[in-house]
Design a protein around this ligand. Structure first.
Ligand SMILES: [Cu+2]
Length: 144
């Protein structure tokens, strides 16, 4: 009778200890997910910043023989979007250093091109038709 009472007490202690250990173990994994969001939340502001930086949009209108925008200023690594519209003659919009070139547009046509301004400096954009560049169809892209 005394032996079976001891067994019951031992069994109760084991069960209580088991519950205690089990609940501590299940607390363990719960603690780490709460610290994981702190780690994974840090890349989020960087992603948002990239998106905010990403697109600088400019509309450039061409006519005989000029671009209405003579200077475009952006920051390094900006994504530059040029909406190029042709209001007269046949023209294109070219910038050699970034390998950017629209098609040769007829009057009334437009084309949108995008590129990453991945180097700093001053770069000339121009119309590559005939002698249009020499006649004044150029402007400056400034990447700071
Ligand atoms: Cu031209």
């Amino acid at each position: 009778m005394k032996n079976s009472l001891t067994l019951i007490i031992v069994a109760i202690i084991l069960v209580v200890a088991g519950i205690f250990l089990f609940s501590r173990q299940s607390n363990g994994p719960e603690a780490s997910p709460s610290s994981t969001p702190t780690l994974s939340s840090s890349p989020t502001p960087i992603t948002i910043q990239l998106l905010q930086n990403s697109i600088r949009q400019f509309t450039v209108i061409a006519s005989d023989f000029k671009f209405d925008v003579k200077e475009i200023k952006v920051k390094k690594d900006d994504r530059v979007r040029i909406i190029f519209k042709n209001a007269g003659g046949v023209h294109d919009w070219v910038i050699d250093e970034f390998n950017v070139r629209t098609k040769q547009l007829q009057v009334g046509q437009q084309e949108t091109i995008e590129f990453i301004a991945d180097k700093t400096g001053q770069f000339q954009y121009y119309c590559s038709m005939g002698a249009h560049r020499q006649m004044g169809m150029w402007g400056t892209l400034v990447v700071e």
